[in-house]
Design a protein around this ligand. Structure first.
Ligand code: FES
Length: 161
């Protein structure tokens, strides 16, 4: 269940859309739920969002499983979403992905044992001019190199302490 404060936010989001079109609030509500409930969406969480919008759970699952920004299993505190689409690939995203895998000793879709990092690959994030790049939280990290990846990992470790 959302806190009172978040429920008010839910009402505010739903009110942005015309009456009867509350389903349009689904994506912002899923973001809110993911943020509130540990960085991922369990079936219970998705059912809860469906009940808030008075829509069928399947309508929520369809959206949550389509977009890569929604996590359907627990993730680490820091999620590296590395773009693997053409322009990023041509600029070496494969090497970056391999580097992160080796450095953190995880595969794509996996989380480090300390629960700090998850590696995901995603499709074009619209920042092709800054390739290779990844999204980390609400920010893009651009022109990635192994050295930059090392610095980002270190920065996350420092923040986590
Ligand atoms: S291809 Fe990577 S941001 Fe567009």
């Amino acid at each position: 269940m959302f806190s009172e404060e978040k429920l008010n936010k839910v009402k505010e989001i739903i009110a942005r859309y015309p009456a009867g079109k509350q389903k349009s609030a689904l994506i912002p509500l899923l973001h809110l739920a993911q943020e509130e409930f540990g960085g991922w969406l369990s079936a219970e969480t998705m059912d809860y969002v469906a009940s808030l919008l008075q829509i069928k759970p399947i309508e929520v699952y369809e959206v949550a499983t389509f977009y890569s920004m929604f996590n359907l299993k627990p993730v680490g505190k820091y999620v590296f979403e590395v773009c693997q689409t053409g322009p990023c690939m041509l600029r070496g995203s494969d090497n970056i992905i391999d580097y992160i895998k080796k450095k953190l000793d995880i595969g794509v879709g996996e989380t480090t044992n300390d629960g700090l990092f998850t590696l995901k690959t995603v499709e074009c994030l619209g920042a092709c001019g800054y390739a290779p790049m990844m999204q980390l939280g609400k920010h893009f990290r651009e022109h990635l190199t192994p050295e930059k990846v090392d610095a980002i990992i270190e920065e996350c470790r420092v923040k986590a302490n």
